[in-house]
Design a protein. Sequence first.
Length: 226
Amino acid sequence: MCGRFTLTTADELEERFGIISAYLPEQIETSFNIAPSQPVLSVIHDGKNKRMGHLRWGLIPRWAKDEKIGHKLMNARAETLAEKPSFKKPFQTQRCLIIADGFYEWKKRDGGKGKQPYRIHLKDEKYFAFAGLWEKWTPPTGEAVFSCTIITTEANELMNEIHHRMPVIINPKDEVAWLDPMQSNTNELQHLLRPYPAGDMQAYPVSSAVSSPKNNDPELIKPISI
DNA sequence: CCAGACGTTGTT
DNA sequence: GTCTGG
DNA sequence: CCAGACGTTGTT
DNA sequence: GTCTGG
């Protein structure tokens, strides 16, 4: 679940997320099918300002010897964030938003083999933000890598028809609280990680989740740095 | 104590 | 780095 | 998450 | 079947 999503335009992002121009990335990548290990558009709070930039999807813990562990850490269960060694510290101080306008989920076809992909988005078709955690990893040689994971929770009534888990979409009024690095009351933070209201979402089957060319130009990656 | 994992999903 | 299992 | 590969030797 | 890359 939560293995692919979309960000198809970059219009009015700074207004929607309240980013001042000095903290915007030089370029924003858009895609119909963003996969783990690719750069994803994110917002963090550096203690003073909100900053927008790209993070690599698949969290690499600070202590990792090999970046490959990031291939496994693209999702984090909301229920256990405070306990897991890889997520504990990021949950306390390194929370982020990951910007999207849709995501995919695959429903197993009854009886037989195969899966049917569904595209899910908000009824108003607007941007939303996944709850995420970010981390900075410095390899033995070379530049630091800024990476992130997307938090999952139980499915709401809409998603439950497709799958039993779904990514956490933060209620817009809670975005500031989620990002605030000074907020360390994990009980309150945990409360923000609930299934988004089903009535505000819609889902429909699609023929394929893969529909756009990928862009692998590493020059486009502009990691957030603090 | 050291050694080894550190994650989720879904499937069995 | 920190936790778990042996 | 899905899609796609899954291998080596030796030659250019 | 299982791993890797995107």
